[in-house]
Structures are given as structure tokens and as C-alpha cells.
Design a protein around this ligand. Sequence first.
Ligand code: GDD
Ligand code: MN
Length: 365
Amino acid sequence: MLELAIILPTLNERGNLASLVERIDGALGPMLGDGGWEVLIVDDDSRDGTADEARALALTDRRVRVIQRIGRRGLASAAMEGFCATAAPFAAVMDADHQHDPALLPKMLAALKAGEAEVCVASRFAEGASTANWADPEREKLSGLANRVARALTGVDLTDPMSGYFMLPTATARAMVPRLSGIGFKILLDLLATSDRPLRVKEFPLDFAARREGTSKLDRAILFDFLAGLYDRTMGRLVPTRFALFGTVGALGVIVHFAVLSALLLVFEEGFTLAQGAAVLVAMSFNFWLNNYLTYRDQRLKGWGAVLRGWLGFCGTCAIGGFANVAVATLLESQGLFWAFAALAGILVGSVWNYALSSRFVWGR
Ligand code: GDD
Ligand code: MN
């Protein structure tokens, strides 16, 4: 009987899949036999043909399944998709790049089945763990603070709250999916913090290996993840996290606009129209860059072609949003609304419009 699903979110991991399935088989075979586990590859339409490779594996190995998502991105949402797509009572999430040792899988499963824990987490920082192949001193420094914030959020003491390797009953995860944010890479933290009560966690020391093929897709803006998570927990229902980020970036863009405008006016006193035009262009580009860097961090456009296309799309979106902004403000002002309120209403309508269009056409892929 099917007991365990191993969810492998993938983005350009073609060269890692076959050997990883083999290692998982080696680790789980003795405990579960052939029908007891399945690998669920959730691929976000990787350019290197990861989904094709996954399908090729699935053709001859019925324990391998594939979900290819088109037009969606994100490690957390890929994991959520996996929880919802398996019949296995237990599910694990792990990196597809060999950094996470499959040898922990049977131990975690045994602990869950014995009721020793409700969530099992592989930790890079627990007693006995090693990250010998992984030089990142900054992460070590930050981890003290990060762990304290994580404890406040989840009520659970963890040495590695950002771990991407964990196992839990699938039903537990599924029950929380509608309430998870799906933003960023902090899926474990998100699960633990979303639970109504602190979950009982057992940690397993992990020998964090070097990735075999390809390159890392994540950056280490851990602090950002925490702040976004904190916001999401408190204000997220009122104003969605991504929209809040988008709005904050927009507000910073206004500051940039005025800085550029006043600088240009100092130099060219007569050229207001030109200066205003230049300020709009600089502010728009700044907003595009910062949104790509922060707001859409989990689906960032990379490479010259993609960035150029994204930038052009963003400028087009802003032009439409700007038009809506002016139209609404003019209408309201002509109806007798105080000019500042009319302007604010225009800005709000324009931003919602910009947000809707750019999330769909610029970062939606
Ligand atoms: N489907 C999908 N969509 N998969 C993704 C995406 C995405 O947008 N981004 C990354 N992945 C996959 C990668 O292909 C890999 O299998 C796994 O998610 C983790 O990505 P890595 O690129 O290997 O991340 P890392 O090794 O740098 O980061 C590690 O540390 C983080 C915490 O600091 C991982 O263990 C993360 O899971 C962990 O959160
Ligand atoms: Mn990795």
C-alpha cells in the first residue's frame, strides 16, 4: 500500500532526477518495498527539459509521477500542489539536487508512524549535523536571530526553521493549504505558523551535501522571508502581502521620481516637461527592478532577454494604469470631490490596475 510521497519541486534539475530516484529507492526499498512510496516531481516548466526527463522516468517506473505547471512559479506553491496531488498518507518535501540525504526518509517515516512527532525536520544545525560542503558563514550568523523569530511565530523550538527537507502526514498539510500564503520559500515555517496549535517536531541531523548538477535557484534574503511571513500572519488577510509589497515599492518610486525631477530642474530650469518625462522613466525602471528583486523574488525574471521583455511590459502596464488613474481622478474631481481625495482615488485605482496587469503579464510567464 502507498504510504509515502516524496515531493520534489524542480526548476532545471534534469541531470539530477534519475540518480536521485535511484537513491530514494535504495533508502526506502527495504522498508516499504515497491508499492509503498512514490516520487512526485512538481516542475515549473523548466527550460532544460526537466519535465520531459521526469516523464521518461515515469514511463518505465510507475513510482514516478509528474506535475508540469505552466505559467506558475514558486517552491512553496509547488510543495502545496504536491500535498494535494497524492493519495499517500505521509509526504516529504526535499531538494531535487542531492543536497538532502534520502537515508533520513525511513527514519522520519518511522518516527511519524510511531507517534513520536507530528512533523519531522532534517536540520543542518542540529547536534550531529554538518554543512561541510556548504560555505555560508553569514547564514550561521543570522540563524540565531532567525530562530528566535521563528520560535515566536510558530511556538516551536527549531534549529533550522528554513529547512527545505521535512515530512508530515499529508492530511495535516492539506488541511492548512487554503490558509498558506504560498509566497517565497518558507513552506515549513508557513506550515508550522499556520497550525492552530504548536506542532510536535522532531529534528534529524542532516549532512547537507553539495548540489550535484546545476545551480541554486534561491537567494538568501532570509530576513526578508521572515518579515514577509510576519506581515502575512498579521495583516495579510486585509491587504495581500504581494500587493502590499507592490504598493510599498510604488511609494518608493514616488520618492525616486521627486528626487530625479528636482535634480533635473536644478540643472535645466526651463525644461519641466522633459524633466518630468525623464523622472517617470527612471521611477518606472526603478519600480520594475525592485519589484523583480523583492515582490516577485520567487519568480524573478533573469537573463537579458527576459528582463528587457519584462521591463517593456511593465512600462506598458504603467501607461495603462496611469491612464486609468488620471481618468478616475478627473471624473471624481469634476463631480466636486476635493482634489487631493480625487488624486488619491486615482492613485489607488491605477495601482490596483498596475498590480493586476503586471502580475499576470509581466511576472505571470
Ligand atoms: N517547482 C519549483 N518552482 N521548484 C523550485 C523553484 C520554483 O520556483 N525554485 C526552486 N525550486 C526547486 C529546486 O529545483 C530544488 O529542487 C529545490 O527547489 C530547492 O532549490 P535550491 O536551488 O536547491 O535551493 P538551495 O539549495 O539554494 O536552498 C536550500 O536552503 C533553503 C533555506 O536556506 C534548500 O534546502 C531550500 O529548500 C531551503 O529553503
Ligand atoms: Mn538545493
